[in-house]
Design a protein around this ligand. Sequence first.
Ligand SMILES: Cc1cc2nc3c(=O)[nH]c(=O)nc-3n(C[C@H](O)[C@H](O)[C@H](O)COP(=O)(O)O)c2cc1C
Length: 197
Amino acid sequence: MPEYDSAELEPNERGRIIKSAVTPRPIAWISTTSTDGVDNLAPFSSYNYVSSAEPVVIFNTPYAEGDEQKDTPRNVLETEEFAVNVVTEPLAQTMDTTAASLEADESEFDYAEVDRAECETIEPPRVADAVVTMECTLYDSMRVRDRLAILGDVEYFHVDESVMTDGQIDAAKVDTVGRLGGPYYTVSDLIEFERQF
Ligand SMILES: Cc1cc2nc3c(=O)[nH]c(=O)nc-3n(C[C@H](O)[C@H](O)[C@H](O)COP(=O)(O)O)c2cc1C
């Protein structure tokens, strides 16, 4: 079995292994609004939660300053608000379209024809067709080598009736799309077996 000392690999070789091994990754489809009032929407798969009872989510993006920054981290740092929309199979193609690098004054909501719905506690709109949206305020951010990690305090949940059973969210009904290495996505396909613990 090939083995590698991380220090002896090129950065792109390390990245290729990490991005293929840490899979499938959930996708945060993040909506923000700029200080100029432009609604932004983009997918981020270096994403997860770090606490659940008092929920905090995290995503990261290349560390950059000024004009080099992506719109999403800039908007989050300036407004301290963002919404995480969950990507399910019917939304995958549209989510992918919103990864386009548009000018800061152009909205991916309009570019990809995504319907907006209002959030309750924050200014940015949410994706109307997302089965779950989490409204977040900035909890903290930190530079980790060449990346900027952004943490969000989840203040409010929207959960669509279609993914509820007996008054509770039903994991089996949330058909999330995951990101694999390279250009690949994957869909949720339940494995039927008896959980022991
Ligand atoms: C499925 C998917 C996952 C992505 N994950 C990330 C990520 O975790 N971090 C990142 O910086 N960019 C990620 N990207 C690229 C951004 O979505 C892309 O750079 C986008 O243009 C950023 O938009 P913005 O400038 O409006 O924020 C991802 C793209 C796709 C399609």
